[in-house]
Design a protein around this ligand. Structure first.
Ligand SMILES: Cc1ncc(C[n+]2csc(CCO)c2C)c(N)n1
Length: 227
């Protein structure tokens, strides 16, 4: 079994928990509250900014043009394509995308971003791919399963979101899996163990991100400045 398949199997119970999460059920049923969609987009806008910075760090640790090209392509994808699912949520919440930008991170989003940044600064390129992978992989899983379960028509409120992730997240997922598998072949047992840990923690934090949006998570003591 390939290293990425091993990771997928190890993380399977978290993929299942994510698919059963009430926010994802709310996408399927089209009954999320406006405040939940708004909270998600506010936090995800900041999350994607951090994600692009991590691609920048990955570029700085790349050794071939081919690697640089993969990360560069993904930055373009986030900048120009991932705005579509966000716009879908904004339309359903009745707000403009611009209104939801520049907010402070809530605790779980903060935790997730700091986890990725720590690995990006301290780890190898293989570790960076392991920490990034649950992001496209869990969304691909959600999108594909929702396409199959809901079979949304254009009248479904989250038709665009479901189609976007069900059909556009496979390219990045398989590219990352292939690169990670190549990397794993020449990794020590210690590095493999670190890659596993980073992957599993990112899966947990994907779950917590949905939970944060669903419960409108905030800091227990209200924040008065950006953190
Ligand atoms: C918390 C959170 N996790 C995953 C995604 C989905 N996503 C983000 S970047 C990317 C492609 C990477 O090149 C994908 C599929 C999201 N929007 N927010």
């Amino acid at each position: 079994m390939s290293f990425s398949q091993e990771l997928r199997q190890q993380g399977n119970y978290i993929f299942e928990a994510i698919y059963d999460h009430p926010f994802v059920r709310g996408i399927a049923e089209g009954n999320l509250k406006k405040e939940q969609l708004i909270h998600y987009v506010k936090q995800d806008f900041e999350y994607l900014n951090a994600y692009m910075r991590i691609y920048g760090i990955a570029i700085s640790k790349s050794s071939t043009r081919e690697e640089i090209e993969v990360f560069n392509e993904q930055i373009q994808f986030i900048l120009h394509s991932e705005i579509h699912p966000h716009n879908n949520f904004c339309r359903m919440a009745g707000v403009s995308y611009e209104q939801l930008q520049g907010y402070p991170l809530s605790p779980s989003a903060h935790h997730y971003i700091r986890h990725m940044l720590t690995v990006a600064h301290e780890g190898s390129l293989g570790e960076i791919m392991a920490v990034l992978l649950p992001c496209p992989w869990t969304y691909l899983d959600i999108g594909q399963r929702l396409l199959d379960e809901v079979k949304p028509t254009e009248r479904h409120p989250f038709y665009e979101w479901i189609h976007f992730y069900g059909s556009h997240a496979d390219g990045v997922t398989s590219k990352f899996c292939n690169r990670l598998d190549e990397w794993a072949l020449k990794s020590t047992d210690e590095e493999l163990a670190r890659m596993r840990e980073h992957f599993m923690l990112s899966c947990q934090l994907e779950y917590m991100f949905w939970d944060m949006a669903y419960k409108l998570e905030e800091w227990p003591v209200p924040v008065t400045m950006n953190i």
